[in-house]
Design a protein around this ligand. Structure first.
Ligand code: 6A9
Length: 783
């Protein structure tokens, strides 16, 4: 019996990792219950794609290529945002997250504009929309024609069907269909301007939504017109798989290709045709001039709302700066996706990874090209800007994320949901472990909602959302406060560092979000991580405020918050006595180096002569025994946390010290923002392995700089010994950041993941309009 119950218990532990938190769901109005946000550009990994907020939505999207540039394997076909496409720039210039968007794409010699406007009025199923694709040749280059492909595809689980209706069958050709959640619909094409050279289509079965481009490419054929001009086109109906007649001849993928002379403008209308009786005329979505007019009206409304919300013009920003800020916001909003699927997770109790439950995620993404999926701590930063624009979009995002809370109180850090998202992630990064955290930045968002947006938050039933959220954030807070605690009361450590590797110069702490930022050289369970302690202190404070607002028992949260922000205790645990700098503490030595082990003996090398001889990989060597100590040789972002999260007493002498140190160009100060690690640190700009370049070991990151500016702004307002210095540094830092991000945008056409600390140049991936977009809040001075 004892054994049976023991195994029963193990089974119970095993299933906890993928058991949802047992409480009312956060998302109460999904899909069509939010008709105005039903359709949207929720496929941020495509240059331009539309879908609905349904688990198995039908999807549509754009591909294009310049016929003279089409290469082997489909090279030259643009579809998913890829840095390798080397577009001169692309991004939304306007996007309100709800009803319309305008995007500009520079694919020289062409400039493409993609826009859409939704017309939900008076229709069921989220209504109609029109999308426009216009192409101009902006140079004198000889390329004259472009091929545009618009496709309609069904997810393998979409309940519905689609068919191609040709010119001869109907005066209004296009794709007609019916699907659950959409009813009956028609997609039609209207050449508004320019000359069509060739038109063709493909109607077939694609093996997966992640294989649309391959499917298309494998069906390309050469055609010739009467005059002998040759075109690449599509063969029409192909209802077989692998050459065999398909058992299910229903197409799930229809692509229309139009090759046209540039300049060219194409309108695509999506029209919901359900709910009309026979013979009744169905109002059509506008095209041509009428579309242009409705788009102009949307743009004007958007620009007005932007000024109302951020007041950049009024603050004296130039039209160019305002345009830049609008683009930054639009790209964050235009990057919002709707994903559906399940993460792969693992706990110490599961032998192998297991699937999380299937769930939708409505979320912004850090980067449409490189990281087109949800990241937990990124999203809290996104929330700061999104809530300033549209509080209900942000609350809905929060609802979706907190429905991903498991019964233990854990939310997986990286959300790779659905085949498209999965296709972008190397296998080794897929599994998420429930021992590992990620900074609980949603508490930053909540704090901003509770302070700056308090009035809006109290209206329109929004408090009911917070009521539903309350037990979940409680569980989330408890999860951090228990599973991440250290050996000494009031200390915490990030789990997930590799304590046995000798490959890494300093084993990474991916869970901290600061990946390769130097920590104690030898990971142990005794470590104390300063940033995590500060995050949990912040969380406790926000729990307290939220509890007060909702009339819950707030006493224990106020106690925890004041315990964790008490500067005497903080200093005892985290202030290095000699350097007087805040730091982690752990088993550490600075005497570490990567070295290449000696190669094989010469005779052996001879024998291997004809093979590709690989040098043995560099290994870490340690020059002295590590000891328990403060890791104050790693002065940088981690050391700033008591300042960043506004937990230092405003009159603390250590605040003065910190301000001076961060202002010191030999340490963190640059003309472009604060660098992540002091120039004096032994690991400044050091590689972590020979394949792993420095990431958080020097470059400038905008999320942390945003927090720094916010904190300086805060301390600048509290009369006392540090106010004047804080104000001065605040003004300089803000100028440096805004100036450089704007300069780099003008130079490169993008916002970037990081900025170089010596040249200011954008680096890492682009476009990165996740937390870098908080530059808008810096400009608006909304903290
Ligand atoms: C790598 C490569 C096609 C790393 O912005 C998202 C995260 C941040 O949360 C984190 O703080 N980025 C930062 O250190 C990017 C993480 C990408 C990890 C997956 C897979 C795929 O390339």
């Amino acid at each position: 019996l004892a054994i049976a119950s023991y195994f029963g218990y193990l089974g119970y532990l095993e299933t906890r990792v993928n058991t949802p938190f047992d409480h009312q769901k956060m998302v109460v109005h999904a899909g069509l219950e939010q008709p105005d946000r039903y359709w949207g550009s929720y496929r941020p990994l495509t240059y331009f794609g539309m879908k609905t907020r349904d688990p198995h939505s039908l999807v549509m999207g754009l591909m294009w290529y310049t016929p003279s540039n089409l290469g082997p394997g489909g090279q030259g076909i643009r579809h998913w945002c890829e840095q390798g496409d080397k577009l001169d720039s692309y991004g939304w210039t306007h996007h309100d997250g709800r009803s319309f968007g305008v995007q500009e794409i520079q694919d020289l010699p062409f400039e493409l504009k993609t826009s859409f406007v939704k017309y939900p009025e008076g229709k069921q199923y989220g209504g109609d929309w029109t999308a426009r694709i216009s192409v101009r040749n902006t140079t004198r280059a000889w390329d004259k024609s472009i091929s545009l492909i618009w496709y309609v595809a069904l997810d393998e689980r979409t309940n519905g069907h689609i068919k191609y209706v040709s010119d001869d069958k109907s005066p209004e050709p296009g794709v007609y269909g019916e699907a659950q959640g959409l009813g009956e619909f028609q997609v039609r094409f209207h050449a508004v301007k320019g000359k069509i050279l060739h038109k063709s289509y493909l109607s077939t079965v694609a093996p997966s939504l992640a294989k649309l481009k391959d499917t298309l490419f494998s069906h390309f054929r050469a055609f010739a017109d009467k005059r002998g001009n040759r075109f690449i086109g599509l063969p029409g109906e192909i209802v077989s798989q692998n050459g065999l007649p398909s058992s299910n001849p229903e197409p799930n993928f229809i692509a229309i290709q139009i090759t046209a002379e540039v300049d060219f403008t194409l309108d695509i209308t999506y029209q919901s045709t359900s709910g009309f009786s026979l013979g009744e005329s169905i109002p059509k979505p506008p095209t041509g001039r009428a579309y242009q007019d409705s788009l102009q009206a949307k743009i004007a409304q958007f620009e007005q709302r932007f000024e109302d919300r951020f007041q950049l013009k009024q603050k004296g920003h130039s039209p160019e700066e305002v345009r830049f800020a609008r683009n930054a916001l639009s790209n964050l909003l235009g990057g919002i996706g709707y994903f559906y699927g399940s993460s792969r997770v693992q706990s110490v109790y599961t032998k192998n990874p297991v699937p999380y439950w299937k769930a939708p995620l409505y979320t912004a993404v850090p980067s449409r090209s490189f990281f087109p999926r949800g990241f937990l701590w990124d999203e809290g930063f996104h929330g700061l800007l999104i809530s300033a624009w549209d509080i209900d979009i942000e609350l809905d995002i929060i609802c979706h994320w907190f429905d991903l809370l498991n019964v233990e109180g854990w939310i997986p850090r990286e959300q790779i949901l659905g085949v498209e998202a999965l296709a972008k992630v190397p296998e080794e990064f897929v599994t998420q472990r429930n021992s590992n955290a990620n900074p609980p930045t949603f508490f930053l968002t909540l704090k901003k909602l509770l302070t700056s947006h308090r009035a809006e938050l109290s209206q329109n039933g929004r408090l009911a959302t917070l009521e539903r959220l309350y037990p979940r954030v409680q569980a989330w807070f408890n999860w951090f406060n228990t599973t991440q605690r250290g050996e000494v009361l009031g200390t915490y450590l990030w789990r997930g560092r590799n304590a046995t590797t000798t490959r890494e110069l300093n084993p990474k702490s991916l869970s901290s979000g600061l990946d390769d930022y130097p920590r104690a050289s030898h990971p142990t369970d005794k470590e104390r991580h300063l940033d995590l302690r500060c995050w949990i202190a912040l969380a406790a404070g926000v729990m307290a405020e939220l509890s007060t607002l909702l009339g819950k028992d707030d006493a224990k949260y106020y106690e925890t918050a004041s315990y964790l922000t008490d500067n005497v205790r903080l200093n005892r645990l985290h202030l290095a006595p000699y350097s007087e700098q805040y730091a982690d503490w752990g088993l550490h030595t600075d005497q570490v180096k990567l070295k290449r082990p000696p190669s094989m003996a010469p005779q052996q090398q001879q024998r291997h002569h004809h093979q590709h001889y690989q040098l043995p990989e560099m290994q870490r060597v340690t020059g002295e025994l590590p000891t328990y100590q403060f890791v104050d040789s790693a002065f940088g972002y981690v050391s700033l946390f008591p300042l960043l999260l506004e937990q230092l007493d405003h009159d603390s002498p250590y605040l003065t010290k910190l301000l001076n140190d961060l202002r010191d160009p030999e340490q963190l100060w640059t003309n472009y923002g604060l660098r992540s690690l002091s120039k004096r640190s032994p690991l400044y700009m050091q590689r972590n392995t020979e394949h792993d370049p420095p990431y958080w070991r020097g470059p400038i990151w905008i999320n942390i700089n945003y927090l720094a500016a916010k904190a300086l702004h805060h301390y600048g307002k509290i009369d006392g010994p540090n106010a004047a210095l804080a104000r001065q540094i605040y003004a300089e830092l803000r100028d440096n950041l805004v100036g450089n991000i704007l300069r780099q945008y003008k130079r490169s056409g993008y916002l970037w993941e990081q900025y170089d600390d010596t040249s200011g140049e954008g680096k890492g991936c682009n476009p990165f309009t996740g937390w870098t977009a908080t530059v808008v809040l810096l400009m608006a001075e909304q903290f």
